[in-house]
Ligand binder design. Structure first.
Ligand code: ZN
Length: 314
């Protein structure tokens, strides 16, 4: 077997937390998009679905390709998933990688005294040509308490610096920390390509971010009935600031909320966005596609040469 065809082995399989009230069936495939687009934030390493129906990363990508999702940014949240993300991007033309220590993982590294060493490894991974973003990083005041805010902030600042040093994008995780995230970016100086992953602010915050030249990535949450504020945010910014993502396996769009998510559900979210914006889905897809390439570069560049001579994995 060629190296290309081998499954990566370094990753311990991760399962989404069990919740007996959830429907574990993957939603049906949506109608294919006429113009392709990218999922700029997904976690293909987290398995979800009823036992026996979990999808591996290639199955996720094949389903995505079949409905016009051209590629994904696979996002790490600790050293193990960041290494895996970088490795998958090296062997799979439809994957680019983002690497970082998630703000909710930072306390564990800080408590173990290994935060600086872990940040140094993120910096080393960021030098790989198909690692095109530092993420997800940021601040999370929902799941991490006051005691660890200083460590979170220090790690966030270090991640911003790493993104700037390598000239790659920054993917922000911001949960209940809008003000602190924006203040930090302004104070430290945001990278040229700064993306708010799963944007969760209101229209006022959206306009502020767009005015800074930052990008807002909308997830399935923009389709939720109780999220009118996100649709107001969406319509209040220039179209060239808009990105779309799944954050799979989480945040599955309406009407499949709670079921497993996958990049193949991007068309469902995109159609809801186009309907709300009263624009043609094809035009929105074309615009988001070119914005995504502006932020992360092209998916088919920097592939190791050997890949061209090898077949796709079985
Ligand atoms: Zn995420």
């Amino acid at each position: 077997m060629s190296e290309w065809a081998q499954q990566p082995t370094e990753l311990h399989v991760r399962h989404r937390e069990a919740d007996p009230s959830r429907d574990l069936d993957y939603p049906p495939l949506p109608e294919a998009l006429a113009v392709g687009v990218y999922d700029n934030h997904t976690h293909l390493e987290i398995s979800d679905g009823a036992p026996g129906s979990e999808l591996d990363y290639r199955e996720h990508l094949d389903r995505a390709s079949s409905v016009g999702v051209k590629g994904v940014v696979q996002v790490g949240g600790d050293l193990e998933t960041s290494r895996w993300s970088a490795q998958i991007a090296e062997r799979e033309p439809r994957v680019l990688a983002a690497v970082a220590l998630h703000p909710n993982e930072v306390p564990a590294y800080a408590a173990a005294g290994t935060l600086d060493a872990a940040l140094a490894e993120i910096d080393a991974l960021a030098a790989q040509p198909r690692v095109r973003a530092i993420g997800e990083t940021g601040l999370d005041f929902f799941r991490t308490g006051e005691d660890w805010r200083e460590a979170q902030l220090r790690a966030f600042e270090a991640h911003i610096q790493i993104a700037k040093n390598h000239g790659i994008a920054l993917q922000i995780h911001d949960r209940d920390a809008h003000q602190a995230v924006m203040e930090t970016l302004i104070r430290v100086g945001a990278p040229e390509k700064t993306v708010f992953h799963c944007f969760s602010g209101d229209a006022e915050m959206a306009r502020f971010c767009a005015d800074q030249g930052w990008y807002l990535s909308f997830a399935g949450t923009v389709t939720f009935k109780n999220a009118a504020y996100l649709r107001e945010a969406l319509e209040s910014i220039p179209r060239d600031r808009i990105l779309v993502e799944t954050d799979a396996p989480f945040l599955t769009p309406h009407p499949y909320r709670g079921r497993p998510n996958s990049p193949y559900l991007i068309p469902t979210t995109l159609r809801a966005m186009a309907a709300h914006l009263e624009t043609d889905v094809t035009m929105l897809a074309a615009q988001i596609s070119s914005t995504t390439e502006e932020v992360y570069g092209l998916w088919d560049e920097d592939l190791p040469e050997l890949i061209e001579s090898l077949d796709r994995p079985e």
